[in-house]
Ligand binder design. Structure first.
Ligand SMILES: [Zn+2]
Ligand SMILES: [Zn+2]
Length: 661
């Protein structure tokens, strides 16, 4: 299955370009993240008994991931194979490449991490915060350093140019040939930090022969070359020069090339700089320490003192370019920052473009700042931002220099991978020498074949605010229910002989419904009654003692599932339902219930499948007073469940399902 039709994802069927015996050893390259998305780049190289990781990034949560701080790739594969992990290579210091490492180190043994000085210094800080500094050894590398990982990998670091300084492409020599892994790059021939792309070295490998190229696809849809970082200088210069009052500027802290220019401009225009936001302070301190930014100490003034200077002589550089709610600029826009209030004479510059998914929070921040009276400079037309990733012509140059036999586009959403593979084809790489893959797919390489092998488990792990607990799909669904439809708690009093002994008590929080509370408790009692009538024998076990052993959790779950279905059907709401059972001693007199006063409008009986039992134990629900005829249960539980589901108003039911799924 090949690349250009884009249907490669569904199948792991081999697409051998040459026959190969099963015994022939191959190199497997398995990206666990970073494909069909921008973020959490994590790639595994496997040969024989050796595993080598390249980068381990994180992604940020999308809408609906309530309370999630960090998204990581599924690490099941790494945990299962951790004895074989020989080391990790880091290409550069962006969060989508190093952000996951401190979390992985808690559970996974990575004996050594090799990476650039700036990235390693940033990583060191993160590891100290996470308390995992003793879990690995960090080794910094310089351009053209070669490191050996395990028996089978030898990695040369080739200086490239990107929005962060000290970034590398990799030439990985393996028993099957040389793989060039570009990392994030663009060809910037006038880098702000003066560190040039080592094109000669790429060409050297191209000359010797590159088996396969794994290349950054972020801007594969954009024609032309990505402009050099320096191209924003005149525009920033003009805006800062024209500003009458303070300049408030936001960009990614990790865009060190941009930050270096901004500091240069502050000096040029006689403005002192205050830094706001922890990452801004951290990254600048590290970049200066390592010589990637040059400016005198007295350029910087703490925020508390900068207010004593005339507005014309100040520049506040801060985080918040993505509208992150807790970042400095977002708090300023809401009037919640303790030290900075917006003035109408302020010029506020967004020198960044929103990552897809952040657009709404960015434009809202801009709106709020404008409403406070500031002049806000933002958007493509202003020429104050360029991407750190190469466009089609950069990507062609990379292909031309490395001249790979096989080509795998990585680091991008699906359409970007497809566009990049087309660029490859336009340069003469046959379609069947290209693979479009998904996270977890295994690229199998031999000297004369490229194919997709057995995939490994891939998915996501979500970390919550405490950054320790993993949020699984169930927790996420519950949070979505809470946020969208609220919660219903239900207290049921049930005796050990399986009788309801008191009225059901129902409480609603955040639930909008037209049903009156009495109706809800009647429904709740019906569900309890049904469970006691039809499921008690499975849930209560006679152990010979006085009272049976009751699976109260099972009872709760059955009641929850039943009430959930009824609410979905009758009211088109799907609140989280929490049923608590208060067990009463055997012999407590039964409570008759209010159910008789209300006709049951349930449309048809159905089988219950969610009770945790196997299908053979499923019981068809029968309600003696049901006004509709009792249907003969269908042989398959799935078929039987159908009529009930169909009664839901289609649009809403479908929306909920997709939201939950
Ligand atoms: Zn990057
Ligand atoms: Zn990246």
């Amino acid at each position: 299955m090949n690349s250009q039709n884009g249907s490669a994802k569904s199948s792991a069927k081999p697409s051998a370009t040459a026959a190969r015996t099963p015994q022939q050893p191959c190199l497997r390259v398995i990206p666990l993240g970073g494909l069909h998305e921008i973020g959490k780049n994590t790639c595994v190289f496997e040969y024989g008994d050796d595993l080598m990781l390249v980068d381990a990034g994180l992604a940020f949560p999308s809408d609906g991931m309530h309370g999630v701080n960090v998204v990581l790739p599924d690490t099941a594969f790494l945990r299962e194979n951790q004895k074989r992990i020989r080391g990790m290579i880091v290409t550069h210091g962006h969060e989508d490449h190093i952000g996951g490492i401190p979390y992985h180190l808690r559970h996974i043994n990575i004996p050594v991490i090799y990476g650039p000085r700036l990235a390693m210094s940033m990583l060191q800080g993160k590891m100290e915060e996470a308390g995992v500094t003793d879990r690995t050894t960090i080794q910094t590398v310089r351009p053209r350093d070669v490191v050996k990982v395990g028996q089978h990998f030898s990695v040369e670091f080739i200086r490239n140019t990107h929005s962060i300084s000290d970034s590398f492409s990799l030439a990985i020599t393996t028993p099957v040939g040389v793989v060039v892994f570009t990392g994030d790059f663009k060809f910037d021939h006038t880098p702000v930090d003066g560190e040039n792309f080592d094109i000669q070295r790429l060409a050297h490998y191209g000359e010797k022969g590159v088996l396969c190229l794994f290349s950054d696809s972020t801007n594969a849809e954009l024609p032309g070359f990505t402009p050099p970082e320096r191209s924003v200088f005149p525009n920033l210069d003009r805006h800062i020069g024209n500003a009458e009052g303070r300049v408030i500027l936001t960009t990614f802290a990790s865009s060190t090339q941009r930050v270096a220019m901004i500091l240069e401009l502050a000096m040029k225009h006689g403005r002192k700089v205050s830094l706001l936001g922890r990452s801004m302070l951290n990254v600048i301190a590290k970049a200066r320490e390592l010589g990637y930014m040059h400016c005198p100490d007295d350029l910087f003034v703490p925020i508390k003192q900068i207010r004593d200077l005339p507005d014309r002589e100040t520049l506040l550089l801060m985080t918040g370019s993505q509208g992150e709610p807790l970042a400095a600029l977002s708090r300023i826009s809401r009037g919640e920052h303790p030290q900075v209030q917006v003035k109408s004479s302020d010029t506020i510059i967004f020198s960044a473009s929103p990552i897809p998914g952040n657009t709404i929070s960015v434009v809202k921040t801009i709106d709020r700042l404008m409403m406070l009276g500031a002049r806000v400079v933002y958007g493509k037309g202003e020429g104050i931002h360029v991407s750190g990733h190469g466009s089609q012509e950069d990507q062609k140059l990379m292909l031309a220099l490395t001249r790979p036999k096989y080509f795998v586009p990585v680091h991008g959403e699906h359409r970007m991978l497809v566009a990049h593979s087309r660029t490859g084809q336009s340069m003469g790489i046959p379609a069947d020498h290209t693979l479009i893959i998904d996270n977890g797919d295994a690229v199998e390489l031999t000297p004369d074949s490229l194919r997709k092998g057995e995939p490994v488990k891939a998915g996501i792990e979500l970390l919550d605010g405490s950054r320790t607990g993993i949020i699984d799909a169930r927790v996420l669904k519950e949070r979505q229910q809470l946020a969208e439809d609220g919660v219903i708690t239900l207290l049921a009093t049930i005796s050990h002989d399986g009788l309801m002994t008191a009225p059901a008590r129902v409480h609603l929080r955040g639930v909008v419904t037209t049903a009156d509370p009495r109706k809800l408790s009647i429904w709740a009692e019906r569900e309890i009654g049904w469970v006691l009538e039809n499921r008690w024998n499975q849930l209560a076990r006679n152990t010979g003692g006085k009272a049976p052993e009751v699976d109260w959790v099972g009872v709760q779950r059955e009641v929850e599932v039943g009430l959930q279905r009824r609410l979905r059907r009758e009211l088109q709401v799907e609140p989280l339902i929490v049923c608590l059972v208060h067990p009463a001693p055997a012999g407590t007199p039964a409570y008759k219930g209010q159910a008789d006063s209300e006709p049951d409008t349930r449309p048809a009986p159905r089988q219950r499948r969610d009770g945790g039992g196997d299908a053979s134990r499923d019981v068809t629900r029968t309600v003696s007073r049901a006004p509709v005829p009792v249907a003969v249960p269908a042989p398959s539980a799935r078929a039987a469940a159908q009529p009930a589901a169909e009664l839901e108003p289609a649009g809403r039911a479908r929306r909920r399902r997709s939201a939950a799924g």
